[in-house]
Design a binder for this molecule. Structure first.
Ligand code: ADP
Length: 278
């Protein structure tokens, strides 16, 4: 019987359990879990106060250069599917790096689930990053590991128990349509299938958000379309998706909210839109 696997429900449960384990002292454990529960309760009551992501007048300037992002002010709600488009150099990667806390805003603030990212302590960065599943154009799979092992590795690295790995990995691979190819090595799989492993690897931590940066850049049109369908499916299961792409077909296929960046500014932000660079 096919298991109906709701990523979001699992995500919430496991994130809470993991968070509890991660705290360093009993006092911290109690305090932070309580804060989190309170924040979630408030967020449920007044959803619009705590969007999953908020850019509050964000400016990002790299040393000596003009602003890569210039006064970005927008929100993404939990469960949204947003495509981010713009020419090369428009600031898409910089925006994604700010979400991942790989870069910090020069001015303004980026809030993730209500938390200001500029204030995250270095030692807590891995916990923040586990809430985000990253999917890049470049697959970066381990060539000598099977599909199963590539995904399992992401959990082993976090000290997850073998029983949990044996249970979760096949389910996730099933979701991405690779249930029957778990034992294949990357070189035995097509580009589209390899990208599915990457997506499975990103999903295995039950992230709150999937950030896909040109995920179809190296794929043929059919495989690209399949990846978009898969992202839509993941979104339907409750995960927020942010997809950066310059591929018109991909953006049109998703047919969701489109944010257009130009020279670091948002020049269009349309619900359910088609690709356009205004
Ligand atoms: P996109 O992803 O849309 O191509 P980027 O975010 O990579 O845009 O780049 C936006 C601007 O920031 C560009 O002018 C780019 O040259 C500059 N930039 C990006 N990364 C760096 C960096 N590490 N150091 C200096 N400038 C950078």
């Amino acid at each position: 019987m096919k298991v109906i696997y709701n990523i979001k429900v699992l995500l919430e449960h496991k994130n809470k359990m993991r968070k509890v384990k991660e705290k360093e002292t009993a006092e911290e454990k109690f305090q932070e879990t309580r804060d989190e529960v309170m924040r979630e309760e408030v967020a449920t009551e007044v959803g619009e106060i705590f969007p999953i992501l908020k850019f509050d007048h964000v400016v990002k300037t790299y040393k000596g250069d003009a602003a890569a992002l210039d006064d970005l002010d927008f929100e993404i709600k939990e469960g949204e599917f947003v495509t981010l488009v713009g020419h090369s150099g428009a600031g898409k990667s910089t925006l994604l790096k700010l979400i991942y806390a790989e870069e910090v805003a020069t001015e303004g603030e980026v809030y993730f689930n209500g938390e200001p990212l500029s204030r995250i302590k270095k030692r807590k960065l891995p916990y923040h990053r586990r809430k985000i599943g990253m999917v890049f154009q470049d697959f970066k799979l381990l060539p000598k590991k099977t599909a199963f092992e590539n995904v399992a590795y992401a959990l082993e690295a976090c000290g997850v128990h073998t029983n949990e790995i044996m249970e979760d990995v096949p389910q996730i691979l099933d979701i991405v349509g690779l249930g029957d190819k778990m034992k294949k090595f990357p070189h035995q799989l097509s580009g589209g299938e390899q990208q599915r492993i990457v997506l499975a690897r990103a999903l295995i931590h039950k992230p709150m958000v999937i950030v896909a940066d040109e995920p179809t850049g190296n794929l043929d049109p059919d495989s690209s379309a399949e990846i978009v369908e898969l992202l839509l499916k993941v979104n339907k299961l409750g995960t927020t998706v942010i997809l950066a792409s310059h591929d018109r077909d991909i953006v049109d296929r998703a047919s969701r909210r489109v944010i257009v960046l130009e020279k670091g500014k948002i020049i269009c932000d349309d619900a359910k839109s088609k690709y356009r660079v205004c």
